[in-house]
Design a protein around this ligand. Sequence first.
Ligand code: NAD
Length: 493
Amino acid sequence: MTTTNNNDNQPIEKIRNFINGEYRDPIDLKYLDNYNPSIGKVYSLVPDSNKKDIDLAVEAAKKAFPTWSRTTVKERSAVLTRIANCLEKRLEEFVIAESRDQGKPQQLARGLDIPRCVDNFRFFGGLILYEKENAYMQDTPIRAINYTHKRPVGVCGLISPWNLPLYLLTWKIAPAIAVGNTCVCKPSEITPYTAYLLGQVLNEAGVPPGVVNIVFGNGPNAGSALVEHKDVPLISFTGGTVTGERIAKMAPLKKMSLELGGKNPAVIFEDCNWEETLSTSVRSSFNNQGEICLCNSRIYVQQSIYDRFVKEFVERSKKWIVGDPTCPNTNMGALVSKEHLAKIEYYVELARQEGGKIELGGQRSHVTWGDQYKDGYFYQPTIITGLANNSRVIMEEIFGPVVTITPFKDEAEAVELANSVQYGLSSSVWTQDITRAHRIAEQIQSGIVWINCWMIRDLRTPFGGQKQSGIGREGGEYSIDFYTEIKNNTIRF
Ligand code: NAD
C-alpha cells in the first residue's frame, strides 16, 4: 500500500497495525507523517489509530490468552528463541530501518539496539526454564503447606518511547509473553518502523495470532485508550515523567511499571583513571545523540582537576563525529525530530541567558556530508560550564547532546550536587579508591550506580529509577514478578 505525496514524489509506504497476526489498516484510515530525521522528510505514514483499533487489538489478545497462558514453559521458551533467531537473521535490515527512522548511526543500531533486542527474547526465553517457586511448611496453629505460584496477569499494555525504539519495546514484550501473557503494544508514533517489521518476525517465528498485537498512533488517542481499557490489567510504560504521571492518574489501580526521565550525574574524583574516565565520559554524554535515558548530562568534577578535565573533555568531544548515519565512522547522527531539535536549541539559548559558557557546540551542525542531509536535524555535541547548580539547564531533562560540567570541593558536596535534582535514574562514580566508591554509591539517589564504567547491563539485574524517574523495577526476576500475579495456595493436612 503506497501513496505518493512527499516532496520528491517518491512512493510513501503506509505502516499498518499488526492485530491477531495480520497487518491491517487503522479503522478510520487516518495516518500521521513519519519523518526520516537525517533528511528532514516524510518517508512513511503511520496509523493514527484510536480507541476502535485498540479495542480490536485487546479483543484479539483476550481471545489468545486462554490458550497461550496454558502452553508449557518449554513451548513458550522455544517460541521466544525462534523470535530471537529470526530477528538475528534479519539484523542488517532492522539496523538500516532503525537508523533511518530514529536518526542514530547505523553502527550504533548494529552494535547496540538490534543485538540487544535479540538478547531480550533469548534471555527471557531461557530464564523461564529455571523459574523457582516457594513452599512454606507451617506447624502452628495448624499444620499446612503453603505454596506460591506465579500466574500470568492477562492482556498487558506496553507503551514505549522513541530513543531506543525496538530495544525498549522488546524489553517489555519478551518477559510479558514469556510468562504466558498476551499483549497490545503502542510504540512511539515518532519511530514506528522496526515495530512494524517485528510483526513479520513474529509470524515467521510461529507466534500464535493475538499473542502480540501492535497498534500505532499518538499518546492521547491510541495510548490513552490502551491505558484506560477495562480489559488491560497491567501497563508497562517507558517515556517522559509528565506522561508517566498522567498515565498513573488515568489508571490508579492497574499493575504498573513506570520507567521515566532522568538527569544523570557523573561524579569524577581527582584519583580517577584519567584515560578511562575521559573516553567513557564522551560516550556517556553523546552516544545516541545523548538520547539515552542513561546518558549522563551533569558532570561533576573535583576542583583540583576541573580545568584540565574541561580542556581535555572539550578536545576529545571535538573528535566525536557528527555525520551521515550510514557511514561506519559516524559517532552521532540526527536528533529524532524537528520538535526535539527546537527543544535542544531552546535549552542552549536558556543556558546562555542563565550565564553559562558554551565550551563546545551550541549550534546545529554544518552539514558537509551530502546535500541530501542539508535539512536533517543535526546538532553539535555541546558542553556548557559556569552555570549555577539550581539553573534550569542543570535541573531539567534535556535528553540531547548537551552536558554541563560543574566543580565540587569534597565528597559531601559531590553527593549533595548529584542528588539535587528531582530525578534518580542512573549515575556514575569515578575514583580508584574503592572505599570511597562504595561510600558515594551508597549515598547517591539513583536506581543504578556505575562505578568506573557506564551502561554495562546484565539483564538479570533490576532496572528502574528513584524519585521522579519512575516506579518499579524490571529485569530478570523483577520482570517475572511484575508480569505475573503471585498467588499463595494453602493445603491443610
Ligand atoms: P513520551 O512520554 O512523550 O512518550 C512515550 C510514549 O507514551 C509514546 O509511545 C507516546 O505516544 C505515549 N504517550 C504519550 N502520551 C500518552 C498518554 N496520554 N497516554 C498513553 N500513552 C501516551 O516520551 P518520549 O518523548 O517518547 O521519550 C522520551 C522520554 O522517555 C524521556 O523523558 C526519557 O528520559 C524517557 N525514557 C526513559 C527511559 C527509562 O528507562 N527510564 C528509557 C528511555 C526513555
